[in-house]
Write a protein that binds this ligand. Sequence first.
Ligand SMILES: [Zn+2]
Length: 384
Amino acid sequence: MVFLSGTLGFKCPQALAFCSKIHMDFKPRTRSLHNPFSRSPPRELLPTEDGSNITLQEWQGWGTTSPLPTIVTRIADDLKDLEKDSDEKMTFGGKGGKIKGDFKKQEDKKHRETYRGLGDSEQKLQFFSARQIACRLVGSRGYLCQKCWLPHEDCMCSKVTPCKLWHGIRFWLYMHPKDFLRQNNTGKLLWQLFGVEAATLCLFGIAEQEEIMWNAFKCSGKDKVWCLYPNKSGVVKSVQEAFDQGLSTDLGFAETTTNGHDILNFVLIDGTWSNSAAMVRRLKDQAKLAWGEEDICFISLAAGASAMHKLRPQPSWDRTCTAAAAVGLLYELQLLPKFCSIGLDKQAEAIEDTLAVLLDALTARRLRMGRSITRKMRHHSDIC
Ligand SMILES: [Zn+2]
């Protein structure tokens, strides 16, 4: 289904796709869903008796310090209303974790109507993102561990040893909504390890989080913001080009410089390759709004970067896995004289160790469920 088209030009949603097996009771109703952008006062956010509303605490428990996004709340409330009046069981499951049954058609139809009624492409993008996220929040509640995004029975949290990222670096996980709460997502590992301030989630199309990210970028200045992106466009620098000679200012590497102005911000695109073009385009558009030009610097890892270290556990992860991109960046920075004494290699190793823990947890789960763990399966498991 082509659900979203237009200026941002990406196709979507396999509606309500997420990995879980969750049952909720729904009864299709004929009313339209609310326009989430309407100016009607926000509804009560406190939990109702059945605990259905998403609270700020619950939202932030998934790995963010941002406010609860208004549109996400409204869409989740609509889902909750449908659930309340239902007498039909709705099932999430199967490949991609989609809603099954007749309810799916009705729910899709209503959301398409809401979508068509929205004014512009920006609202449509925000609605698409919020809907994806709201459905994942509702469906994953009580099923996934909030910290590691794995089902509770597979929780890997006890095997992760948090460590400190060098204070002069901040990662931004710019995540596509379809990757939010995905069990095999690896971007989440970065804030599991380094904390949400050093590795910050920013969901594509969620205004509250994008605003936080861009406020930080404006504070740092455009010469302290880089986006990791494969070298396809010809305007991408290598790490060495970007840092060995490109910075004329004193980076202020002293231990005391933690005021935001000296922090190097690295954006990691956390989504599938097919979605990444739209995400990069949005970054450029927002750079233009912030700085008056599409001037965000893209850097790419060296072709032989993964050969410099032994990336565990799967060589096939190295180009598609977000956490491994962070590993490669830290190792490449480590090679430069100005960064060589910081210990970035130790922090890269910590990411690698955590990646190995995730692979073990995913593999154990598949084995327990009687699924294949062949090499072919691993290649198709879309770890990202
Ligand atoms: Zn966990």
